[in-house]
Ligand binder design. Structure first.
Ligand SMILES: O=C(O)CCC(=O)C(=O)O
Ligand SMILES: [Fe+2]
Length: 363
């Protein structure tokens, strides 16, 4: 008898993720507030944090949180998983392609899927993991399967221990019952919330010049909230209320949070879903393949996008003349994803569905 030879493949050891050095360039950073979540459960803590947040979410829609209960090691493990996913051969990655034509983002979005300028495609690829509930089960590469329990823990923690806290602060700002936004964003329900590993492959200076330095065009996010764990690479910019592009600093130990379209719709514009973009990093970081780790909070599929009956909005006159819309959040999100596949950027019109509109931005 020949000796038994194991046919099992070995579990690959994850390469430790090591952050890159910060840029030495003195850039024009946006001035954003930082919420200290260690204050959250102290007496009066939520109210103080809500007060600190109020102006920020109204004016620019971007802010930081710190002390949110995940260690740097937990976060770096996720960066390491993301790095391993994008190190797989392209052919392997493509086996897990998302059904993008149907407006579904669960799985892999290949490199070059978005046209930045006529004939020039992006250098970005995504791997999205929807919620760990039966309706979003799908096939994944081995490196994800091998770390599935750990990814689920991270995913649920973000949703249930960070996102819900953010929704409570927003409800306090809107003078609504604290839990007002939570049932519509339950972890078990239907919504396209996902954890995203994101890779923007470095381009040469010549390529960057052709692309006008753009990695990801100016856009607003089409969910409720976006949470960004950042690699220290300077590239994300937000358009300020004055119309200037400012860099959003990857602040150590923080999550960058931004308000997305659904919250802007529900508040008739009181909460700002700001336009942001990603550009080529400064020269000392331009050679880096930029890795991102994000959590997109999307509204429950059945939610309506009409303005909520908030006492604050009422006082501000933002409920005057508001009509009932008939578009669901699920239809809206799918229409926005599909639009990216159906038409090149120069042919995209503003999208209007059930009285809800979005603006196409070409920066
Ligand atoms: O990569 C980033 O920093 C931001 C990406 C982004 O805006 C998005 O994926 O919606
Ligand atoms: Fe975005």
């Amino acid at each position: 008898m020949p000796s038994a030879v194991s046919t099992q493949t070995e579990t690959p050891v994850l390469e430790k993720y090591v952050p890159v050095p910060e840029t030495k360039y003195d850039l024009d950073w946006a001035d954003l507030v930082t919420l200290d979540f260690s204050q959250y459960d102290l007496p009066g803590g939520k109210q103080k944090l809500a007060e600190q947040l109020k102006d920020a979410v109204h004016k620019i829609g971007f802010f930081y949180i710190v002390n949110f209960g995940l260690s740097q090691e937990d976060i770096d493990r996720q960066f390491a998983i993301g790095k391993a996913v994008f190190a797989l051969p392209e052919e392997e990655r493509l086996k897990y392609r998302a059904s993008l034509e149907e407006g579904i983002y669960n799985g892999y979005r290949p490199l070059g899927a978005i046209e930045i300028k006529p004939g020039l495609r992006d250098n970005v690829e995504l791997y999205n993991i929807f919620k760990f509930v039966p309706q979003y089960e799908r096939s994944h590469p081995a490196v994800i399967r091998e770390h599935y329990a750990e990814i689920e823990k991270f995913h649920r923690y973000i949703h249930e221990k960070i996102v819900y806290k953010l929704f409570r602060l927003i409800a306090i700002i809107l003078e609504l019952p604290e839990d007002y936004l939570i049932p519509g964003h339950s972890y078990e329900g239907d919504s396209d919330c996902h954890l995203r590993y994101m890779m923007s492959r470095a381009r040469t200076p010549e390529e960057n010049a052709k692309y006008g330095n753009i990695y990801t065009r100016g856009h607003t996010d089409f969910g409720s909230l976006t949470l960004l764990f950042r690699q220290p690479v300077a590239a994300l910019q937000v358009k300020t209320p004055e119309g200037e592009w400012k860099y959003v600093k990857p602040l150590p130990g923080s999550i960058t949070v931004n308000i997305a379209d659904a919250l802007q719709f529900w508040t008739n514009g009181y909460l700002k879903s700001s336009i942001h973009r990603v550009i080529a990093p400064p020269p000392d970081q331009a050679h880096i393949d930029r890795l991102g780790l994000l959590y997109f909070v999307r509204p429950g599929a059945q939610l309506n996008l009409k303005t909520v009956e908030s006492p604050l909005l009422k006082r501000l006159g933002l409920l005057d003349g508001v009509k009932d819309g008939d578009v669901t959040a699920g239809d809206w999100v799918r229409a926005r994803i599909r639009r990216n596949w159906e038409k090149p950027p120069e042919k995209q019109e503003n999208l209007a569905l059930g009285g809800v509109k979005t603006q196409v931005v070409y920066d």
